[in-house]
Design a protein around this ligand. Sequence first.
Ligand code: SF4
Length: 505
Amino acid sequence: MTHPLARIDFRYNTQHVPPKVRAAIQKNTRTAIVKRGEAVAQLGVATWEQLRQAAHDLKLHTLTHLDAYLPQLEANVIAAGGVVHWANDADEARRIVLALARAHNVTRITKVKSMLSEEIELNEALGDAGIRALETDLGEYIVQLDHSRPSHPTNPTLHYTKEDIAEIFRRELGVDAPPDPFVLTEIARQKLRAEFLAAEMGISGGNFLIAETGTLALITNEGNGRMCTTLPPVHVAIVGIEKVIPDWNSLAVALSLLARSTTGQQLSAYTSFITGTRAGGPREFHLILLDNGRTQILRDPAARETLLCIRCGACANICPVFQNIGGHAYGWAYSGPIGALVTPQLIGTLRAGDLPFASSLCGACADICPVKIPIPQILVHLRQRVVAGDAFAAPVAPPAMQAGARAGAFGLSQPWLYELGSQMLKFAQMPFARGAWLPSLPPPANRWTLTRPFPKFDATFRDWFRARTPQGRAQKQTRALGAAVLALGAGALLFALARKLWRRK
Ligand code: SF4
């Protein structure tokens, strides 16, 4: 059954991450980051940076010219024997898939890993209609067996250990296997083989859509993608409209970045290109182009770069927040920094208003992103939407937070008030100070000190700046000299006045 979405309580979710899961996530993300670093070094940092800029520019160009590239794509898919469907939202996409399944009396479907399928809750809708939809990517297969959800954009089983997986196989498949990846993979392979042969429909997503030839590019590391898109008589691909790119040259740039960012490979093991129907393949190819809020994102110039994402998962791997909580805490199909951007924009800040705050804004995600999405800037933009509202959504933050933000904005825009407040803080903290720390503060600051002490305020930012830079020290000396001259002048004046008064007496 598809579910009406409840509000995502990110704070609650982060407090319920088992330590074992945290350890598995840290180990796996660390490995991914090391491999990615090696792959980038092998290519050369200068080349890598050129590719990033080229990918950013070409994706942004395509996004701002969808009115040209999407009709070109549609015409070429149709010319190659495919059928194109347009879906405004998740409900329409599900209805198209169900109608196709019913038209072909489909009862068994094999699926290629697709985050968009999670986004529209396709498996639940198919299950409601009595159709068995089986995930065939090894990670997705394990997650589906465990009745769980993927925890990472590209590595759905990031939160499991091999012991966990052996236990899932024992419980769900009735096989008593050792926690050995090779043995477990072989068991999954044997189970899936019969399913590939029996499926009446294959469903995939798509990494890129090449407008100039109407081609779907599918990037996988397992042979399951090809099995799902060649063996069943009907192939349905559901792809977001932002995945279109102009031509094969653009694809070459994107492919140079994707696998290196995801797994540290130069190229993924399987790169499949599907152009309509062909001899020996499915009799029917259907491409469902899904909007589901993407054109709304496109309308916002400050946030539209969100749609450049090629779903590599590198931002999640590098994110210190993700490394400590994993993907489930983000509460929806997309996790990590890209989840914190996409989710509030697709399902609204009323439900996902916590997510733009799920970041330390350290900027590591923007530095690693292969298409140079300015993630921290967009997060700040969305925070503003949550607190103050904008042309796209009304404010949803609690009134106290909105009032606090307004007060903060006013204080920060008045230098004298800011300086006065900083000086007053030095005195206000005295009752709470213990040495160099503030171990316990009254509400609302106790939300912080409940878990860790706060460092004592020693100086204002201006003092700090003056003490640490030559420019600041020079400013300080000038101010001190000015103050001394003023004090001397005032002293001399007072002395002259006093003398005058004395003489009059
Ligand atoms: S935002 Fe960038 S780093 Fe994150 S998944 Fe998308 S392309 Fe990869």
